[in-house]
Design a protein around this ligand. Structure first.
Ligand code: DOR
Length: 457
C-alpha cells in the first residue's frame, strides 16, 4: 500500500531525534511524514486510510547497523528478498549488510550488485558495508576509497577481526578522510583459539572449548589505542563482555571517536541457554545436551555480563542495538556444537526480546527506541539523521508496535530463511503491527485493522 493518505491516530509517538514522547497522530503522504502531533479531523483528507493507534507505539523505523543477508553466494541461508521481509516484520526499515558474502563486498562491482538487487527485491533500505581487507583475508587493505565512492556506509571484516594491528591502524587513518567508521569484530583469535562458547562453568560442564572474555577485551583495548593514535572512527561491533564496557566508557570520556553496539541476544540470554531453552538442561530438541542455535560469535555470556551490558545500554555508553542477524540453513546447525555454524536469526524476534528489558524496567521505552533509531543513525553520520526521524518532511520510515501483545516464536512462520534461534517456542511480549518504509506499507500484522476516513457531512 502506498502512503498517499494514511493516518495513525492516538498512538504514543516516540521520536528520540526530537525528544518527543506523547500521544498523537501521524499523517503519511507522498512517501513522507506529512504531519505529526494532535491533528484535528479537518487535517485528515477524505478517503484517508485510518489506523487506530490506541495503545500502540509509533517510532521511526529501526536501523540495523549489522546484519548478514548472505547475498551473493549463500542464498540457501538468506536472500535480500527474504531478509528484507524479515526486517519489515521486525520493524526495521534500514539494514546495513555485512560483507562476508561470496564474493565478499571488497570492490565496487559487488556493492553495485547488492544495490541493484536491493532496488529489485528489497522492501527496506539496504546499505552495504565494505570489507576492510581484500577478500576479508586480513592481509592487504581493500580499495576503501573505491568502496566508499560506490556507497558503502562503513567497513568491516565481520565474522573475523582485523587481526593485523598495522592494517587496522591504516584503516582507521583512511576512515578519517572517508568519514566512515571501521566496525571491528573484536576477537583475539590467539586467545579464542577453537572456542565455541563462553569460557566458564557451562563450557567446562559440557567439555566444550571456551572463549575467554579477554579475547574480546584485548582487541577492543588495542583498537581504542589505535583510534587514539590516528583519530580514526572506531565502531566496536557486538560487544559481549562486561569488561568491554569500561574500555568503551573510558575512550568516550577521553573524547575519542569510538562507538559501540550490542545485540539483543547478548542483552537477554546467557551461556546457560547453551544447555537448552532458558538453561533447562536437556530441554533442547531431541533431548540433546546442548542447543546449537545458541552458538554465536561472540558467544552468549554470564548473567553478570548481561547485567553490565544492559546498564551500559541504558546509560548510553553503548550507542545502539544491532541484530547481527546471522541466518543459517538447518544442516549448518544440526551437527555437534563444535561443528555448528556461529549465528542467530534475530530480525523477527529483536523487538519482542528487547521489550523484556522495558517491561522489567531495566531500560526505558524511550531509550530502547533511541538505541534502535537515533543511536545507529548517529554512528552512520549526520547525513543519515533523517532515517531516524518522524519530523514532517522526512521519509515515511516508521514502525507501529504493540508493546503488550504476547506471541509465541514459531520459526516455521519466519520470513527469514534462517530458523536458527534459541527462542523457538518461547513467548515474547511485544509485536510489530505495521512497518512503513519510504512511504510503503511493507508489513501489516494480521490483527491490524485499517479503515477509511469519511468526513462527516
Ligand atoms: O555469530 C556470528 N555469525 N558472528 C559473526 O560474527 C558472523 C556471523 C555469520 O556470518 O554467520
Amino acid at each position: 500500500m502506498e502512503t498517499e493518505n494514511v493516518v495513525i491516530r492516538h498512538a504514543r509517538i516516540i521520536d528520540p531525534s526530537r525528544q518527543l514522547d506523547r500521544v498523537g497522530d501521524i499523517l503519511l503522504g507522498n512517501r513522507e511524514i506529512a504531519a505529526a502531533g494532535r491533528l484535528g479531523v479537518d487535517r485528515i483528507p477524505d478517503g484517508c486510510k485510518v489506523i487506530d493507534g490506541t495503545g500502540l507505539v509509533a517510532s521511526p523505523g529501526f536501523i540495523d547497523l549489522h546484519c548478514h543477508l548472505r547475498e551473493p553466494g549463500f542464498e540457501y541461508k538468506e536472500t535480500i528478498a527474504a531478509g528484507s521481509k524479515a526486517a519489515a516484520k521486525g520493524g526495521f526499515t534500514t539494514l546495513c549488510a555485512m560483507p562476508n558474502t561470496d564474493p565478499p563486498i571488497d570492490n565496487a562491482a559487488v556493492v553495485e550488485f547488492i544495490q541493484q538487487k536491493a532496488r529489485q527485491d528489497s522492501l527496506v533500505r539496504i546499505l552495504p558495508i565494505g570489507c576492510v581487507t581484500k577478500e576479508r583475508k586480513g592481509h592487504e587493505l581493500a580499495e576503501m576509497e573505491e568502496l566508499a565512492s560506490a556507497g558503502v556506509v562503513a567497513f568491516s571484516d565481520d565474522g573475523d577481526p582485523v587481526y593485523d594491528a598495522n592494517l587496522m591502524r591504516l584503516a582507521l587513518i583512511y576512515s578519517l578522510d572517508l568519514g566512515l567508521p571501521i566496525s571491528n569484530h573484536c576477537q583475539d583469535k590467539s586467545l579464542s583459539c577453537n572456542g565455541v562458547m563462553a569460557e566458564g562453568p557451562v563450557a567446562t560442564h559440557l567439555g566444550l572449548d571456551g572463549i575467554p572474555a579477554a579475547a574480546e577485551e584485548a582487541m577492543i583495548a588495542r583498537d581504542i589505542a589505535l583510534a587514539e593514535a590516528t583519530g580514526g572512527r572506531l565502531h566496536v561491533a557486538h560487544l559481549s563482555t562486561g569488561g568491554s564496557v569500561p574500555l568503551v566508557r573510558d575512550a568516550k570520556e577521553r573524547g575519542l571517536s569510538v562507538t559501540a553496539e550490542v545485540c539483543p541476544h547478548h542483552l537477554t540470554t546467557t551461556d546457560q541457554w547453551v544447555l537448552g531453552r532458558k538453561g533447562e538442561p536437556a530441554a533442547a530438541a531431541g533431548g540433546l545436551a546442548y542447543d546449537t542455535s545458541t552458538k554465536v560469535y561472540p558467544p552468549l555470556r554470564s548473567q553478570r555480563d548481561v547485567d553490565i551490558l544492559v546498564s551500559a545500554l541504558a546509560e548510553g555508553v553503548i550507542d545502539c542495538i544491532a541484530t547481527d542477524h546471522a541466518p543459517h540453513d538447518l544442516t549448518s546447525k544440526q551437527v555437534t556444537y563444535q561443528e555448528a555454524a556461529f549465528g542467530i536469526s534475530v530480525l523477527e524476534t529483536a523487538l519482542g526480546s528487547l521489550l523484556q528489558l522495558v517491561h522489567t524496567k531495566k531500560l526505558s521505552m524511550g531509550a530502547m527506541v533511541d538505541r534502535l533509531t537515533t543511536g545507529p543513525a548517529r554512528v552512520l553520520g549526520e547525513s543519515y539523521s533523517d532515517l531516524a526521524s518522524l519530523q514532517p518532511g522526512t521519509a515515511a520510515d516508521l514502525v507501529l508496535f504493540d508493546p503488550e501483545q504476547e506471541w509465541t516464536v514459531d520459526t516455521s512462520k519466519f520470513e527469514s530463511k534462517g530458523k536458527n534461534t534459541p527462542l523457538e517456542g518461547t513467548t515474547l511480549k511485544g509485536r510489530v503491527m505495521a512497518t512503513f518504509a519510504s512511504g510503503r506499507m511493507v508489513y501489516q500484522a494480521p490483527k491490524l485493522k485499517i479503515e477509511e476516513f469519511r468526513a462527516k457531512v
